[in-house]
Design a protein around this ligand. Structure first.
Ligand SMILES: Nc1nc2c(c(=O)[nH]1)N[C@H]1C(S)=C(S)[C@@H](COP(=O)(O)OP(=O)(O)OC[C@H]3O[C@@H](n4cnc5c(=O)[nH]c(N)nc54)[C@H](O)[C@@H]3O)O[C@H]1N2
Ligand SMILES: Nc1nc2c(c(=O)[nH]1)N[C@H]1C(S)=C(S)[C@@H](COP(=O)(O)OP(=O)(O)OC[C@H]3O[C@@H](n4cnc5c(=O)[nH]c(N)nc54)[C@H](O)[C@@H]3O)O[C@H]1N2
Ligand SMILES: [Mo]
Length: 758
């Protein structure tokens, strides 16, 4: 039987007893179903569900305004009939007084699978119908590369969307150098969900056919043991130095492909000049890189030679660019692959994020899939997504971004739907301060997340199992009829239904709904799609069958075509070629991102002055046991906790040096804040490196400054600085910390209970 539901972490069929999920059956053809499915059990009637509209007591009593109580205040239940006119009145007030440029509707977040009930799309449509809103651009995932790569390899389609397919790698790649690994945990997840998780089997097929793997990185767990990779344990943040040194070695040994550099690249002389130290007298040699990276020079030389002998794919994970100077490891990876002359050869070259997400490197459809039209946004003001706290703290302030100077708007109302900034943003103590300056914050949420707790108006949203929807995604062979499996919990309503009621109150119903109910929209979106995709059954037949075929999946051939005919099929860069040095980026004059790949010592790394106070490098990466913060209370996520806190993996030596043992509760801290975690000992990490995943629900202990999170949310520690002036991306991947035993009282985790009611 085909699965009848989709989550970002896979397709499944739920077993529901008395309105609650008691078990899940993964899609029968999924070779590697994700353990994250278990988190769905018990999630429908969980005590952390929002049940009725809630308004913050201080906001209700004193009206909109900056308020230090936001996040600590109690909530007042307000019925739907009262909350809709109340909120509509506030929206009208803000739009009339200050216009669309005072409403922030970026609303970044993964929300849930499903093409119609896509929370972010719905809020965009709604605010668009009201006249527009300040939007955000780029992602927390790959925001730095999203700005860099169009300059280097051409628009997003080239590398972020068009990786060489895994089956080509299985056939042709003889060496895969995995900078940041190909972490199996990450491939559980793909936007929109997949019915089959196939990245793991592709990796093992490669290993079986004799592909050699090298893991470059601080955590051995980042490459599945089955591929028997060699571990080159480089210090976090030093990868650029390694990649440059590998390139240097190719050049001095004469192993670089001069013809390819001449015919397919521009700026090779500048980049090579830097490698050789022609302008500053510092050759980026193996001997130069060895002490930076913490690996032997001989190892670097040997790896460079091996790469030149083999059909080599270099992959760099997204995490490397989620950091200060995050452009550099990506650009240096492209430079190295270009020096090898293998870009566009089957199974060779450069890939960004193989293994970062489960759909990367899989054929995708080029034809349309059913999609909710997001409407028009008449407001042109946008911010780079991770600059939210800066925007709220510095209205009218200027900032550089991708070659221009921009100005932050002055925000009076924040509307969030389908995301959790109090999970995803950095330096949460700073975000909390910024957030308290906004006059009004509105959040739709199925659960009492930390963002919901920091809102003034909280509207309870349904979850996917409570509504009909259409499931489809980029690399999925099928379109799925996602049928509702349970009634909405308590007073929860669909985002669409909520916005339709508000739109009615505000006189824009027709613009938002186009006169359709949610059920009519599903039929409309499907039929509209069917008109472009012949041979598919009508909506009723599709709904009865439970699925239909998506458009054909096509492997990407863009770089192969460019290789075959660089003038006839140029890249979408200024020169039409691979830009190893970019005249355009150089013309921006950014010291933190000059016109070619360079090594810059980051602020947050083991070799920096900060390390004297905070000597451990914390990898603050995406969690193995959930998607971000979603369902952190679910059985699989909860089962991973140590003493109910987020686990902190550390080596036996680093623990012993601090008198710590497995299972101890510790305080992980720096000058931005602290969080509590539970020690897990491991031998898979480089000494001096610790790892703690994102996504534990922010649980600030009242009255403690700087912020102390009892649950273990690492984003109280991470720096809220743009990756560079070019991209202004998220820098949350790594941070310096110190760890000590927690001697304080057993601090309750308040985020595991709903907030207080007035
Ligand atoms: N330090 C550090 N920080 C990071 C990262 C890191 O590696 N390190 N990773 C970053 C990355 S890559 C990302 S993508 C972000 C992820 O950040 P987010 O995408 O914001 O995280 P989620 O926990 O997925 O939040 C989605 C929210 O939507 C809610 N939701 C689900 N379905 C619906 C719905 O139908 N309607 C409504 N209204 N709400 C719904 C969920 O309950 C959940 O609270 O985090 C980033 N933050
Ligand atoms: N299970 C699960 N899977 C997910 C997600 C999730 O929340 N849960 N989130 C999804 C999303 S939105 C995204 S964007 C992707 C993110 O994909 P990535 O950004 O690739 O994932 P991360 O886990 O943050 O980082 C991958 C690995 O990089 C290593 N690393 C960190 N810093 C360095 C460094 O300086 N050098 C080297 N060499 N390695 C380093 C870490 O050990 C880490 O395990 O994951 C997706 N997959
Ligand atoms: Mo992401």
């Amino acid at each position: 039987m085909s699965p009848d539901h989709l989550a970002h972490w896979g397709a499944y069929s739920p077993e529901i007893t008395h309105g609650e999920v008691t078990a899940v059956r993964p899609a029968p053809d999924d070779p590697c179903p994700s353990p994250l499915l278990d988190n769905v059990v018990g999630s429908l009637r969980h005590p952390l569900r929002t049940t009725t509209p809630m308004v913050r007591e201080g906001w209700l009593r004193d009206g909109p305004g900056a308020d230090p109580r936001r996040g600590e205040d109690r909530f007042v239940p307000v019925g739907w009939d009262d909350v809709i006119p109340l909120l509509a009145g506030e929206l009208r007030r803000v739009y009339d007084r200050s216009g669309p440029e005072s409403v922030f509707g970026g609303s970044y977040g993964w929300s849930s699978a499903g093409r119609f009930h896509h929370a972010q799309g719905q809020v965009h449509r709604f605010l668009g119908a009201l006249g527009g809103y300040v939007a955000s651009v780029n992602t927390y995932s790959a925001g730095t590369a999203e700005v860099l790569l169009p300059h280097v390899l051409g628009g997003g389609a080239t590398v972020l969307r068009g990786l060489t397919s895994w089956d080509v790698l299985v056939e042709h790649t003889t060496l895969m150098v995995c900078v940041g690994g190909v972490p199996a945990k990450n491939t559980a997840v793909a936007p929109g969900g997949r019915t089959a998780h196939t990245t793991g089997s592709a990796l093992t097929a490669m290993a079986r056919r004799g592909t050699e793997f090298v893991l470059v990185g601080p955590d051995r767990r980042d490459l599945p043991a089955e591929v028997h990779g060699r571990w080159l344990p480089v210090r976090p943040g030093s990868d650029t130095a390694l990649l440059l040194a590998l390139g240097h070695e190719l050049v001095v040994a004469g192993l670089h492909d001069e013809a390819f550099l001449r015919t397919h690249c521009t700026g090779a002389d500048t980049a090579i000049g830097y490698l050789l130290g022609r302008t500053d007298g510092v050759p980026r040699s193996a001997a130069w890189a060895a002490p930076i990276c913490g690996v032997e020079a001989g190892e670097i030389v040997a790896l460079a030679r091996r790469m030149a002998e083999r059909r080599t794919m270099i992959t760099v994970t997204f995490s490397l660019q989620r950091a200060e100077f995050g452009e550099q490891p990506v650009w240096a990876g492209v430079l190295l692959a270009a020096l090898l002359g293998q870009i566009g050869l089957p199974g060779g070259g450069f890939g960004h994020g193989y293994g970062s997400v489960g759909d990367n490197g899989h054929p995708a459809h080029t034809g349309p899939i059913p999609t909710l039209p997001q409407g028009v946004n008449a407001c042109r003001t946008r911010i780079p997504v991770a600059r939210i706290a800066d925007m709220l703290l510095r209205p009218g302030g200027e900032y550089p971004y991708d070659g221009a100077t921009h100005r932050y708007p002055s925000i009076e109302l924040v509307y969030w739907c389908g995301g959790n900034p109090f999970h995803h943003h950095q330096d949460l103590g700073r975000l909390r301060e910024a957030w308290r300056r906004v006059p009004t914050v509105v959040v739709h949420e199925p659960y009492w997340t930390s963002t919901a707790r920091h809102a003034d108006v909280v509207l309870p949203a349904t979850v996917t199992l409570e509504r009909d929807d259409i499931g489809a995604s980029r690399t999925e062979p099928v379109i799925t009829a996602m049928r509702a499996a349970a009634p909405p919990h308590a007073g929860a309503r669909d985002d669409y239904t909520i916005f339709a009621a508000l739109a009615g109150e505000l006189g824009v119903a027709e613009r938002y709904t186009e006169g359709r109910t949610a059920a009519q929209w599903l039929r409309h979106l499907y039929e509209q799609w069917r008109a472009t995709t012949p041979g598919r059954p009508d909506f009723d037949a599709f709904w009865a069958a439970g699925r239909t075929d998506a458009p054909a999946l096509v492997p990407s051939t863009l770089l192969a075509e460019f290789r075959a005919d660089p003038t006839g099929r140029p890249l979408a860069t200024p020169s039409g070629r691979i830009e190893l040095a970019s005249a355009r980026i150089a013309s921006f004059g950014y010291a933190d991102c000059p016109g070619h790949p360079v090594w810059h010592e980051p602020t947050e790394w083991a070799g920096s002055p900060r390390a004297a106070r905070f000597p451990l490098v914390l990898l603050a990466n995406n969690p193995a046991t959930r998607l971000h913060s979603q369902l952190d209370f679910g059985p699989h996520s909860r089962g991973s906790k140590v003493a109910a806190r987020e686990p902190v993996r550390m080596t036996t030596a680093d623990a012993a040096a601090r008198g710590l043992a497995d299972g101890d509760v510790v305080r992980v801290f720096n000058d931005r804040g602290a969080c509590l975690g539970g020690v897990t000992l491991t031998d898979d990490l480089l000494p001096g490196v610790v790892q703690m995943s994102t996504g534990a629900w922010f649980s600030p202990v009242p009255g403690v400054e700087p912020v102390l999170c009892a649950a273990g949310n690492v984003n109280v520690l991470t720096p809220d600085v743009g990756s560079s002036s070019l991209s202004q991306g998220c820098s949350g991947a790594r941070v310096l910390v110190e760890i000590e035993r927690w001697e304080g009282p057993v601090t309750p985790i308040r985020s595991h209970e709903p907030p207080g009611e007035a």
